[in-house]
Each structure stands twice: as C-alpha cells, then as structure tokens.
Design a protein. Structure first.
Length: 239
C-alpha cells in the first residue's frame, strides 16, 4: 500500500548540540564572544572579512571532528521507513550533519559551511578544504565568503519555496531544536499549522513555536527521537 502520510521537519542548532556543536543563543552559545553584527551580517563581513573567516574556519574545523547523533540518525531512519518522498528535512543548520547521517534531499535554508561564494563573480562551489590564507580568494581574484545566509540576506529562493510547499502539504510538522525566533524559517511551522498539519516539537526548553504545538517533548533530540518515531508510526493511519 502506498504511504501518503507526509512529515515535514524544521531543525535548528539544538539537534546538533549532542554532536558537540554549540547553539547560537543563550549561555555558552556560539555568539557569546562575538557580536551578531560582526559575524552574522554582510556589514560585518565587509568591515572585517578576516575576523568573519576566522569565526567560520574555526567552526568548519570543529564540525569535521563531530559526528551525527541519534537525532540526525533518527530522522534519516524515518525517511527510510516512510519513504524519502514523504519525509522532508528543512534545516537552518549549516553543518551538514543530516546528510552525513544519511538523510536525503535536505533543504539547507541558511546555506552550508561546506560551500563558498565569490563576492566578485558570484561563482559558488563546494569546499571541504581548509584555507592556508584568510580571507581566501577565488580564481578571478575576488574574495570568497562562506555560502551561508546572514541577517538581512535573502534565503535561497528555490530551497525556501520547496520547504514552504512541503509545509503546506504535510500532515505533521516536526520542529526540532530551534528557538523559532529567526524568520522566515520559523514561519514555516505557522504555514503548516494554518494548512491543517499537526505540529510537534522536540526541545528541552519552550520555544517561540511552542504555542503552535499539539505535543512537545521536553527532552534532548537524541533522547526523544525514537519515542517520536514510534508515535508517528502509531498515529499515521489516523490522519
Ligand atoms: C535543543 C538541544 C537538544 C538545545 N535537543 N533541542 C520578521 C519579523 C522580525 C524580523 C524579521 C522578520 N523577517 C525577517 C526578519 C529579520 C531576520 C530575523 O529573523 N530577525 C529576528 C532574529 C528578529 N531574518 C533575516 O534577516 C533573514 N533574511 C530575511 O528575512 O531576508 C529578507 C530579504 C528578502 C529579500 C531580499 C533581501 C532580504 C535571514 C536569517 C539568516 C539567519 N542566519 C543565521 C546564521 C547562519 C550562518 C551560520 O550558521 O553562521 O542562522 S543566524 C542563526 O539563527 C543561524 C540559525 O540557523 C538561526 C536559528 O537559530 P536556531 O537554530 O534556532 O538556534 P538557537 O541557538 O536560537 O536555538 C537552539 C534551540 O535548541 C534552543 O531552543 C534550545 O533550547 C534547543 N536545544 N539543546 C533539542 N539537545
Ligand atoms: Zn570569482
């Protein structure tokens, strides 16, 4: 029998916390020793590209030492159980851990640590290497930047549109490990709710999206994911 139960997920920094990658906000967060304007805006990059590159290069080096955790692996398993076409993962994370866990068609709303873009010729390319000289240069002589989305920048349109379409058409929207304060990513959960999906959340703390949720697991993603998968499998026929 063909399975028509559709799950769309929105993940944030919290799902990678158990892999050892710091979240952004709060104590011990990645921005604790940086101002957001300095390292997460085009203005900051223009003002001090070296500082911004040092911040991202440190994160690239650290991310490579980290492994996907039970949360990432659980979502990849859910794709295997229900079918890739029925489980969409839109992530705000740039660490690539969903893909390394085996997840397919991951929608990277905020770009990737593993891509760079030239600010002169705008060519974008994959880059897993570490740069000897910072800021790194493109073959055209222009300066490269991390291909991530900073505040005030537009999200990659086609990717956001696909995430939006999946939010509109899913039965269940699963929000994992995000504070839900950054737009337009957070709006995807509201879109799903407006189109009639159930919204469930995994987060040890309340988030800005908790008010939308029928169910909230106040646990770490890795501790809750198997329970949530069981619950999805037991309710999918009731939708
Ligand atoms: C666990 C856990 C465990 C811990 N298990 N959970 C509407 C209203 C107001 C403002 C705006 C608006 N629309 C747009 C804006 C402006 C702005 C915005 O949203 N500002 C708000 C903050 C006020 N948005 C933008 O500027 C966006 N662009 C845009 O809208 O452009 C419009 C445009 C159109 C046309 C032309 C031009 C422009 C862009 C936003 C880009 C965000 N970029 C960043 C950096 C990415 C690169 C990088 O990684 O360095 O994305 S900011 C940062 O926040 C990063 C994250 O992806 C994002 C979200 O953070 P996240 O993932 O939620 O992390 P935390 O730390 O906040 O939360 C972690 C959670 O995990 C917590 O809840 C913990 O409890 C939980 N947790 N352990 C499960 N084990
Ligand atoms: Zn170039």
């Amino acid at each position: 029998m063909k399975n028509n139960f559709k799950v769309a997920c929105l993940t944030g920094a919290g799902i990678s916390a158990e892999s050892g990658i710091a979240t952004f906000r709060g104590m011990g967060g990645m921005w604790e020793n940086h101002s957001i304007e300095e390292v997460a805006t085009p203005y900051g990059y223009k003002k001090n590209p070296l500082l911004v590159w040092q911040f991202y290069e440190a994160r690239r080096r650290q991310a490579l030492t980290c492994k996907p955790n039970k949360g990432h692996l659980g979502l990849a398993r859910l794709q295997n159980i229900l079918g890739e076409e029925n489980v969409t993962i839109a992530t705000q994370n740039v660490d690539g851990l969903h893909q390394r866990a085996g997840a397919k068609n991951v929608l990277e709303l905020h770009g990737s640590l593993w891509r760079v873009r030239c600010i002169k010729c705008e060519k974008e390319s994959e880059s897993f290497e570490f740069f000897d000289e910072l800021p790194p240069k493109c073959n055209c002589g222009g300066m490269l930047r991390p291909a991530v989305v900073w505040f005030g920048e537009e999200l990659p349109q086609a990717i956001f549109q696909e995430a939006y379409n999946k939010a509109e058409s899913c039965n269940l929207y699963l929000v994992i490990g995000t504070s839900g304060v950054v737009e337009p990513a957070a709006s995807l959960a509201r879109v799903a709710a407006n189109y009639g999906a159930a919204v469930w959340e995994i987060n040890p703390e309340q988030s800005a999206l908790t008010y939308l949720c029928q169910k909230s697991w106040r646990k770490k993603a890795g501790d809750a994911i198997e329970e949530v998968i069981e619950e999805i499998l037991s309710v999918q026929n009731k939708f």
